[in-house]
Design a binder for this molecule. Structure first.
Ligand SMILES: [Zn+2]
Length: 282
């Protein structure tokens, strides 16, 4: 990271009213691997689509088997220096909002408030028939009970909580239905591929971005339009875009400022310049 780029980033944040847009790269230091590592090597993971999940019982069964294993990693993850620095900058009054593409809840766990979770949260589950919402821990317990002894060595957990496993490893897995209405299909509260983000949530994000003095992208390759559209909107309104990400992004052409640097160390250094230290634990 060049000193000039770091100074420019610090100045961008120091001016305030910055809206953060974060992606999977912010959570890699919490042990949740990105879809694409700093090496740029794309994983083979094909995300579950909404259509396959809702129409194909076999796809749904395989999804829940893999996600059941992946949940242990997501549930055990704790915020890292990058999440803590964002919360610290927010407490210092420098942020106009935080939008995340991550479904791991780690911004909020780090103390950030009012986070817009663009793609939902993995720790909540909804019945598609009766709408009943339950916590993922409760579903995890029920799936454990329905599948005694089910286990598989997981080599790679994806940011959406899905894992890479051959189909044979998950054969025989038993799903469970909604405990309230008895037969409803359960789905994690995350936006699958092929599913649209609720319109009101997108509108809230556009409003935040348009009011911002700058948009700061943290740890996203901006591969999907779901996040990239906010960069395009900022650019259209002449709002400067800063990007801190390891590896190239599809928003680089719109960025006034581009840092290819580790998120935790970079953001901690920015927060150290601009914000008071976090309150000591009581
Ligand atoms: Zn139900």
């Amino acid at each position: 990271m060049s000193e000039d780029a770091f100074q420019a980033l610090t100045a961008l944040v120091a001016a305030g009213d910055v809206v953060v847009l974060s992606g999977a790269g912010l959570s890699t230091e919490s042990g949740i691997p990105d879809y694409r590592g700093p090496s740029g090597a794309a994983r083979r993971h094909t995300p579950m689509t909404y259509q396959a999940f809702t129409r194909d019982p076999e796809a749904r069964r395989r999804y829940w088997a893999r996600s059941h294993l992946g949940w242990r990693t997501i549930a055990g993850a704790v915020p890292n220096d990058g999440h803590r620095a964002v919360a610290r900058l927010q407490r210092a009054g420098l942020l106009g909002g935080v939008i995340t593409q991550n479904v791991d809840g780690l911004h909020t766990a780090a103390g950030a408030s009012g986070v817009i979770e663009l793609h939902g949260r993995l720790d909540e589950v909804t019945c598609l028939d009766c709408g009943n919402a339950t916590g993922r821990e409760e579903l995890h317990r029920r799936l454990d009970e329905a599948n005694p002894g089910f286990d598989a060595a997981v080599a790679h957990v994806n940011p959406d909580g899905d894992v890479d496993l051959p189909d044979e490893a998950v054969s025989g897995f038993r799903t469970v239905d909604c405990a309230v209405c008895g037969a409803g299909m359960l789905k994690p509260d995350v936006v699958f591929f092929g599913e649209t983000v609720p319109a009101a949530r997108v509108a809230d994000c556009f409003a935040l971005v348009e009011r911002a003095r700058a948009l700061l992208v943290l740890g996203s390759s901006l591969t999907v339009m779901s996040g990239r559209r906010f960069v395009l909107r900022a650019a259209k309104h002449g709002i400067p875009v800063g990007i801190v990400n390891q590896g190239a992004t599809r928003g680089d052409g719109y960025a006034a400022l581009r840092l290819d640097a580790p998120l935790g160390a970079t953001l901690t250094a920015v927060a150290a310049r601009l914000a008071a230290p976090a309150p000591a634990p009581v």
